[in-house]
Design a protein around this ligand. Structure first.
Ligand code: ZN
Length: 187
């Protein structure tokens, strides 16, 4: 019994550390230019987590996902965004990619940007559900956001289509979100 306790404690500590430090792939992995210091800040903890899909081809490994994120950033810059519009992106490889990250105001959901963190699933989920590793990664990211006090503990989870007329994040992903803790029908 004693021995078991001794073995378990470091394991729990390591897992905790992994959750808070290791699981977000930094922006520098896909983008050579650092964030502009002039970007508007996001004052946390915020109230909403808003889920999107990118309506781009799915990616299955870091190489593909990093390319996909660069293309999304280019598209957003062409649309006169300040940078990539999302705070985080979820890859088909099950990794959490930093977009703007925490503390920077996104451009992903008009009227909600200053009170939300925007998380985009790479792919199109109008036709089917994201694979389990993507769902798990998003749930881990939400836990990290709560732990780091970037969202309030009683945050409200929404699909983008609940804030404006859009199909985003796709019917299948929206149906999945409805089963998650803290999803709400009305913003
Ligand atoms: Zn969206």
């Amino acid at each position: 019994m004693q021995l078991q306790k001794k073995l378990l404690l470091p394991l729990v500590l390591t897992m905790g550390l992994g959750l808070t430090l290791a699981q977000i792939v930094p922006r520098s992995s896909w983008c050579r230019t650092p964030l502009s210091p002039r970007l508007p800040r996001l004052m946390g903890p915020v109230r909403y987590i808003i889920i999107h899909h990118t309506v781009t081809p799915a990616c299955y490994n870091p190489f593909q996902c990093q390319n996909a994120i660069r293309r999304i950033q280019l598209d957003h810059l062409r649309r006169r965004f300040r940078d990539i519009g999302y705070n985080f992106l979820i890859g088909g490889d099950g990794r959490i990619y930093e977009g703007l990250g925490f503390g920077i105001r996104g451009e992903h959901a008009p009227h909600y940007n200053s009170q939300s963190i925007g998380i985009a699933f790479i792919g199109n989920f109008q036709a089917g559900l994201p694979p389990p590793q993507m769902l798990q990664a998003a749930r881990t990211l939400i836990q990290i956001a709560v732990q780091r006090r970037q969202v309030v503990p009683n945050y409200i989870l929404l699909g983008h289509c609940q804030t404006k007329g859009t199909l985003c994040p796709g019917q299948h992903l929206l149906n999945e979100l409805k089963k998650w803790p803290r999803w709400q029908k009305k913003p």
